[in-house]
Every structure is written in C-alpha cells, then in structure tokens.
Design a protein around this ligand. Sequence first.
Ligand code: ADP
Ligand code: MG
Length: 463
Amino acid sequence: MSDSSEAAQDVESQWRRVRTRLRSEVGDAAFNSWLKPLSLMRMEDGEVELAVPTRFMRDWVVSHYADRLRSLWSDESPSVRAVNVRINPPAKPAARPTDGSEETDGSDDRTGGGRPRERELDIGAPLDPRFTFENFIVGKPNELAFAAAQRVGDVATVPFNPLFLYGGVGLGKTHLMHAIAWHIHGKFPNREVVYLSAEKFMYQFIRALRFKNVMAFKEQFRSVDVLMIDDVQFIAGKDTTQEELFHTFNALVDRNRQIVISGDRSPSDLDGIEERMKSRLVWGLVADIHATDYELRLGILQSKAEQAGARNVPIRILEFLAHRITSNVRELEGALNRVLAYSNLVGRPITLETTQDVLRDLLRANDRRVTIDDIQKRVAEHFNIRLADMHSARRARAVARPRQVAMYLAKQLTSRSLPEIGRKFGGRDHTTVMHAVRRIDELMQNDSALSEDVELLRRMLEV
Ligand code: ADP
Ligand code: MG
C-alpha cells in the first residue's frame, strides 16, 4: 500500500471515530439531520475539508458543531488545526443556472477520478465508507436482500431489473445500496454507478425544470450503468417527479442498465405511487428486509464492538442490548456507541448497571411507543405555543394549526383511534380530528415549510 493511500485510510478512520463520538454526544436525531450528510473531502496541511449538500446545512453545521468537530479531530490527530465545511454543489457548472447565484461559493476544485466518477458525484450522493458488504451482518431477516444485492454487484450482466429492496427504517436498505456501489467501483471501475435518494432526484428535477435544462437532466440520468434510487416513498403524490422517474426507468431498462430502488414498504402498499410505476417495480426481484431478530442483533453488536476495537465488552452486555433494543439497527448501534463512549470517558469496564444507567432513555423508548402527550409537548415547543392550547378552545390560526399538526402526528405515530385522539385534545369530536388529519395532509402537498416542520417533528419523536 502506498504512503498516500495509507494516509488516506488514516484520515478515513479518524473521521469514523470523530463521527462516532459526535453521534453519541448529540444523539441520533441531530446526528442524522446535520452531521450524517457531511462527507469527508480531503485533509491537507492540517486542514480537514468536509462537504455538505446545501448552504443552509453548511451554516448550521458551522454555527453549531464547528468547534466540537475541530476539538474532537485534534484529539484524534494533533496535526489537525482546522476543520472547514464547504458546499458540495449539486450540479456541474455547465448544467447550472447562468446567474451563478445559488450555493456556488466554496471553490469546486475536486480532482482525480475519471469522467464517470466526477459525474457520479454531481448527480449522485456521496457513499458512506462504512456501508460495505463486508460490514453487513447477514441473518434470516435480511438474507434474501443481501444475496440479491450481492448478485447485482457481482455480475457483469443485469440479473433482475429492477431490484426493489424494502423494509422499515434503520434495517439496512441504504447500507446495501451503498455496498452495491462500492463493490461495483472495485470490480468494474468503468461502470458508472449513481446512487441518490428519491428526494434528491426530485430536487434536481425541479431545478432542471426551473432553469430549463431538462434535456441535460434526462441525458445525465439515462446514460448511467447503474441507477439506485433510495426511499422512493418520498415521491408519493409528487406526480411530475414520478413521471420523470418512470421514463428514466423505462429508458434504462431498454438499454439494459441496472436499476435498484428502495422503499419503506412493498410496491403494492406504496400509497401515492402511480399504478404503472408500481407494476414496473415488481418486474424484477422484490426483496424485503424483515425486522431484526435476536440472533441478528447480537451478531451485529459483536461485529460493531470488534470494529470499534472494543473486544472487552462482556458478552452479557451485548446480549442485554440485543434483547432490549429491538427497534432497529441504527438505534442498536447508537446504544452500543454510547456505552463504549461512556466507558472510555470514565475509564471503567462496562457493567450491566452502567449500561442501564447510560441508556435509560433509549431503553424506555424501546419499551413504549410515542404517546400523545409527547407529541403535544414537542409540537407546542416547536411552534412556541402554550401546551394548554393543545386542549383549549381557541381557534386563532396561530394555535389551531399547530394543534392540527399534533393531531395529525398523533394519528400517524400512535395507534390511538380518532375518538381517543379527540378526547386528548380537550374533548374534541372525532370528526374534528379527521378534518385536521386531512387538512394537514393537503397543506403538506404545497406548503413546503409546513411539510418540513412535520417531518422534523416526526423524526424527533421517532428517535
Ligand atoms: P435504512 O436505509 O433501511 O433506514 P440504513 O441502511 O441506514 O437503514 O441502516 C441503519 C444503520 O444500521 C446503518 O449504520 C447500517 O450500517 C446499520 N445496519 C443495518 N443493518 C445492518 C446489518 N445487517 N449489519 C450491519 N449494520 C447494519
Ligand atoms: Mg435509508
């Protein structure tokens, strides 16, 4: 291995450790929203360069996490003096608006890689270096998905088109898609693999429409060898984007190019996705990832502990975690990281008691689902209204809208019936709740600020 690639590996593993520590410090919700999208660009002369997709995220990360990033990183490597965050522009200059206004500060002097790689970076999203086949633990619940993903990555032909992967959050869909991409990069370096979320696909399409370079957009997406679209449920109800994806899909299938798509449920259960799209999705192979079982959770914990260099975690602790954190793999990892971070900090071996102590909140969350009280509290905080207004009869928009949002979330996140929800909101009738749910649903279609609020709240409540 050359010196420079060894150095690059060092930096990668420093970055991995910095991320792990940050994640346990800030919690999963903040980590996923702000820190996970950061990608490592390079390290030179003691300066680390990270990239984020948008200006908004850059500003947020800089104002909230810059100091912490720098100090964690200088713990890892004393030679690091600065951590800079820049915007990684989503499209190439040629395909960009000519006024040059948006998100182009930060010099884009990325070098290296042939033509395909550069384009992959432009239209695709960065790949997480940890998400490889080697790091994926296989068990009963995910064996079909894993085998299918490996097949797609391994063969020069198209084994099934598309590969549709589905399962609940945090069960490894994104991991498998990145793993396919890494594998192909290694095995067929000339194949152009593009991975991106359906959300990013939509965003790029809307930009292309707005700036009238739809042709360039179409051309870019239709000439790749492998196209992977993550979380397709995101474009439910977004008809124009779906239509474009549908045409892209057909064009690629015609040219015998591989498509991989993921979703949070089976094609037939994808509400808001057009019928013709659904029927395309089942043309190839549909592979579901089931909820984890105990064996798989234990296997994952053992492998993660080993990767983190923590061989001395008593098996009893791992078993305890595998029994108690049943929600998803992301939380399981988070739990382990917190326990490891704690024992690192206090320098004592891990016991069952400290584990229970450190994870009190997580363990409780895994015991019970989110409650209507939690929802009301969060929503009131978020919109800056009094908790009492969740129950009050006031009808001013400033309180009525947040109240409707809370009812909407109560319907979405709990298994309570409409009358039960109504009672929790100051004894309102079930038709009021139904109306609120419909209204928010409708508004979210067109009001992006509101739909962001709701998404954010949902995410905070779910972790
Ligand atoms: P999804 O996209 O389905 O929501 P992710 O792929 O983001 O889930 O997985 C969440 C986290 O759990 C990631 O850190 C991933 O590496 C990890 N993970 C999920 N399944 C496995 C597995 N079988 N083996 C190892 N890690 C896993
Ligand atoms: Mg995912």
